[in-house]
Design a protein around this ligand. Structure first.
Ligand SMILES: [Fe+2]
Length: 202
């Protein structure tokens, strides 16, 4: 069921408003900014079937440490960080269990937290907007998916696309994944947090 008139919680609005700015950073590839602008256009309409995932995973203890350096910043990144902390009890949490080359215990050491998307705080099916949290020293498996995707980093961390080299786009930087492109991320000494958005083709 879609409810287009339902009010959107203030923290969801804050997160969307901040993320919209972050995904237009010139530090993102042009393709990442382009897919994000289509995602945020759809997010102007509220859509929520209320089917939020209720599972909670212990790796979420890393969210606050990952955001600690940003939490007092008077910037869109600080706004997004503060919204994530408010939304933590209402995130839709899920874990990837498929893919190759993931580190030992990677399933326990990561969570994909949905804010706007299937099973998320605002559960909907036309876009995905949320973030991945990983414990230190974790390698997320190589994977691909049909929806096009953009990421923005909130912490140090490295990405790999297809058979390329690992690289760190830097905090506030990001990447773009074309449909079905193989990609992975990994953390080192610090926890990893990156926000992502995906456009679901209708
Ligand atoms: Fe992905």
């Amino acid at each position: 069921m879609t409810n287009r008139t339902e009010a959107r919680p203030e923290a969801v609005t804050s997160f969307i408003d901040a993320a919209r700015i972050l995904f237009q950073s010139p530090r993102l590839p042009v393709g990442g900014r382009a897919v994000a602008s289509r995602v945020f256009e759809r997010l102007q309409t509220v859509s929520n079937d209320g089917k939020r995932h209720s599972e909670r995973y212990p790796v979420c203890k890393w969210i606050a440490p990952a955001l600690a350096k940003l939490i007092d910043e008077p910037t869109p990144m600080g706004d997004a960080a503060r919204a994530i902390i408010v939304l933590e009890p209402e995130l839709g949490q899920a874990r990837r269990t498929s893919g190759t080359n993931g580190s030992a215990h990677y399933i326990d050491n990561h969570v994909n937290a949905m804010i706007c998307g299937p099973g998320g705080t605002e559960s909907r099916y036309d876009v995905q907007l949320g973030f991945t949290i990983m414990a230190p020293e974790t390698r997320y498996p190589d994977h691909g998916h049909p929806p096009e995707e953009a990421y923005v980093l909130f912490t140090p961390g490295e990405f790999r696309q297809n058979d390329g080299d690992w690289f760190d786009p830097g905090i506030g930087g990001g990447i773009h994944n074309a449909p079905n492109a193989i990609h992975a991320v990994r953390s080192h000494a610090e926890p990893f947090l990156a926000i992502w958005c995906l456009l679901i083709e209708k």
